[in-house]
Ligand binder design. Structure first.
Ligand code: PMP
Ligand code: GLN
Length: 382
């Protein structure tokens, strides 16, 4: 393995999911739902296979999906993208992230990311021979906010890309409008491209509103906006993602992407187009159900003796096991599947400076209510 990839050998999701399987544990580690997406979308995929959509789709994605993605962003946010030049279909958000970073940066360029960061950002920056710079979240009441001093310090002459992630994995934080405005100001001042990972755009709770940074003045022309069907439509295995932005930034992403997977997910693309056009009601109901699952797992964790950080969005809630006498989140997560039959992931593996995150543990709650209730029973044994 190349030196620059050695820190990334096995993802924490693979490690914890393997432990969950080994011990028959409830997997609240890796974030994936245990129920299917809308039936009409599943049917559209079956139909696409029956109708012979089984060969390479076009490199930029099938037209009906590119048009549906463009329509969706216009209707949701008033963002206008040309479906032929400003939208690219990718093999999940993961490939959109990789394509953008590899397609845009020169060796030694700096990629700024919020810490804790989704693991693919760090690995992708390393593959592109970029240099990672982090801006930490800091505790704020029972939630988190961006460290604004460190934000300003992160920008400099080598800054090339800001990897923005809101709603944020792993903390479930929705960045404030004020934080977004400051990120935008700095990106404009330092001529930095924003790669905005918004895969949890629809999964926000308590009446919060997700604001794409591309809607801020002066930002659409320097933002690549990424989303995915995985979390919106409960189909993480389909790997249908998309990226939208100005033609020259999409062209750079496409150049890299066409040598990564070339194309992918042929019969699933028309099915996702159908879902974007017809199943937003299903998505709203799913987000409401997730909010109540968030409440269930939060109550269960508090009941088991954890301190719990507020989850404002996503599939995830972070819990502090120190009141239980535990301060090493990694060891705790390695032992949990065998001890009580529950898997979770430690947050510190998503940080360069692990110390502030040493104890913290992420639980995924996109599970059936009976599964969460079962997990709650098991957590009570701690
Ligand atoms: N970004 C974030 C923040 C994620 O949590 C995930 C996992 N869904 C991804 C990207 C990857 O998305 P996909 O499965 O569509 O590749
Ligand atoms: N995005 C999901 C998570 O954060 C799954 C990640 C993965 O398996 N690579 O849990």
């Amino acid at each position: 393995t190349a030196t620059r990839l050695r820190p990334f050998m096995t993802t924490i999701f693979a490690e914890m999911s393997a432990l969950a399987v080994e011990h028959g544990a409830i997997n609240l580690g890796q974030g994936f739902p245990d129920t299917d997406g809308p039936e009409s979308m599943l049917e559209a995929a079956r139909r696409a296979i029956t109708d012979g959509h089984n060969q390479y789709p076009p490199g930029i994605g099938v037209p009906e999906l590119r048009h549906a993605v463009a329509r969706h962003q216009r209707e949701q946010y008033g963002l206008d993208y040309d479906p032929d030049r400003e939208v690219l279909i990718t093999v999940g958000a993961t490939e959109a992230i990789a394509g953008a970073v590899v397609g845009l940066i020169e060796p030694g360029d700096e990629v700024i990311m919020i810490e804790p960061y989704y693991d693919a950002y760090a690995a992708t920056a390393a593959m592109a021979v970029g240099v990672r710079r982090v801006v930490p979240l800091i505790p704020d009441g029972d939630g988190f906010r961006l460290d604004r001093e460190r934000l300003a310090d992160a920008f400099g002459p080598k800054s090339a890309v800001f990897m923005l992630n809101t709603p944020h994995n792993p903390t479930g934080t929705v960045l404030s409008d004020d934080d977004l405005a400051e990120i935008a100001r700095l990106c404009i001042e330092f001529d930095v491209i924003v790669v905005a990972d918004e895969v949890y755009e629809h999964l926000v709770f308590d009446g919060r509103i997700h604001t794409p940074i591309a809607t801020l003045p002066g930002m659409k022309e320097r933002t690549l906006r990424i989303s995915s069907a995985a979390k919106t439509f409960n189909c993480t295995g389909w790997k249908v993602g998309w990226i939208s932005g100005p033609p020259e930034l999409i062209a750079a992403t496409k150049t890299a992407k066409q040598y990564m997977s070339y194309v992918g997910s042929g019969p699933f693309q028309p099915a996702v187009a159908h879902a974007l056009d017809n199943e937003l009601g299903w998505v709203r109901a799913s987000a409401a159900a997730l909010q109540s699952k968030r409440d269930m797992i939060t109550a269960a964790l508090l009941d088991a003796g954890f301190d719990v950080h507020r989850s404002e969005a996503t599939y995830f809630v972070c819990a502090d096991p120190r009141p239980l006498g535990v301060d090493n989140g990694i060891e705790f997560c390695r032992s949990l599947p065998e001890r009580i039959g529950v898997a979770a992931v430690p947050v510190s593996v998503f940080a360069d400076d692990r110390e502030p995150w040493h104890h913290l543990v992420r639980f995924a709650f996109a599970k059936r209510d009976d599964v969460i209730a079962d997990a709650a029973e098991r957590l009570r044994k701690l």
